[in-house]
Design a protein around this ligand. Structure first.
Ligand code: GDP
Ligand code: CA
Length: 340
């Protein structure tokens, strides 16, 4: 950490949607209440958000993870659903269905559509996704600097079995796998289209290099954090940053809490356990991206294997049941990699 040993002036978080946003809410709460060691209400938090869930639908550019973080921290989220706007109505969706316009399985709420209209118009006028995100955040004031991982088009696609196709499989957009198929069929492969040619958005590498702490929140290790790290340059920046890097396990008791981390980990051949994900990320001392890995108290038996793999590891309660519980997780993550 920087000069005055335990002061956290800046924290950078690499986030997906729901899991990352809830963690960030707890982190900010912990910074404001003094629960996070070395942090304060003045600590600057930068969020590098996954954009590989993004897609174009009905002529609109939709960025689910950026919006989930922005709405959650800006107090506009539908808390129960975990995505989209509070007090949402669905007239536009119903009207599109009445026209028989496909796909009908993707929910675009009326309030949410306004966000996508602003974004799409700005992109078409020549602004970058970074600039659009900054403009949208001027309304929402999320209390963090929110950066897309890249301004380039990067989209996760999933290969699934298809008996009607000569190859026996077909490749569908991540949204179709998640929203239409509910991740209920096996993912045979994860393909991140456009990733190799993408560059990190302005400020992303600096946010990882010039910071006091990098955090991998409990986001999906494959299709959220994995896609961020896969943008050329980002993984190397995390490996090389002088700041400590700590992660929080999204796998508790051998499965994900919400979402589809289990399906995604299985498809890339990673054991679905807290230790499996920790060693998949790997210790920086062994060529990976982490210094510390926090696991749930129920997974305490996995700490020894993680330490064996070169990681600092500790077991604490990892259920994000409310701001105080989540702030305590964030505090434990900070303490785990604090200089000893
Ligand atoms: P998405 O983009 O909406 O899929 O969100 P993320 O990738 O940020 O987060 C999904 C991950 O959050 C899943 O893998 C869940 O296991 C994890 N998650 C959700 N709630 C909790 C929780 O209360 N505790 C922990 N440890 N992980 C959680
Ligand atoms: Ca996501």
């Amino acid at each position: 950490m920087s000069s005055s040993a335990s002061t956290l002036s800046r924290i950078t978080v690499l986030s997906g949607g729901v899991g990352g946003a809830r963690f960030l809410q707890g982190l900010l709460h912990g910074l404001r209440t003094g629960a996070v060691p070395g942090g304060s209400a003045d600590t600057e938090v930068t969020v590098v958000a996954n954009t590989a869930d993004d897609w174009w639908i009905h002529g609109l550019k939709v960025c689910p993870d950026l919006d989930t973080v922005m709405y959650t921290l800006g107090d506009g989220i539908d808390v129960e659903r975990g995505w989209g706007r509070r007090e949402e109505t669905w007239s536009a969706k119903t009207e599109l269905e009445a026209y028989g316009v496909e796909p009908t399985w993707f929910g675009l709420g009326d309030r949410d559509i306004a966000t996508h209209l602003v974004r799409t118009q700005m992109l078409e006028a020549g602004y970058t996704l970074s600039q659009v995100t900054e403009a949208l955040c001027r309304r929402w004031q999320p209390g963090v600097r929110l950066l897309p991982m890249s301004d380039d088009r990067v989209e996760t696609h999933i290969a699934v079995a298809d008996p009607d196709s000569p190859s026996g499989r077909k490749v569908i957009h991540f949204q179709e796998y998640w929203v239409r198929l509910h991740a209920e069929v096996p993912a045979e492969a994860v393909l991140v289209v456009g990733q190799d040619a993408a560059t990190p958005a302005p400020g992303v590498l600096e946010a990882i290099t010039d910071t006091d702490l990098v955090v991998l929140p409990p986001s999906n290790p494959v299709v959220s954090v994995g896609t961020i790290l896969g943008v050329p340059g980002i993984r190397d920046a995390v490996r090389g940053t002088p700041a400590p890097v700590v992660g929080v396990s999204p796998i508790v008791g051998g499965t994900h809490v919400h979402g589809m981390a289990r399906q995604m980990l299985t498809s890339v051949g990673v054991e679905v356990s807290a230790a499996g994900v920790g060693t998949h990320y790997g210790a920086r001392s062994h060529g990976g991206v982490l210094d510390g890995w926090l696991v749930d108290e129920g997974d305490a038996a996995e700490v020894a294997a993680l330490e064996e793999a070169g990681l600092r590891a500790r077991a604490v309660p990892l259920m994000m049941s409310g701001p105080d519980a989540t702030a305590a997780m964030a505090a434990a993550a900070v303490s785990l990699v604090a200089p000893q």
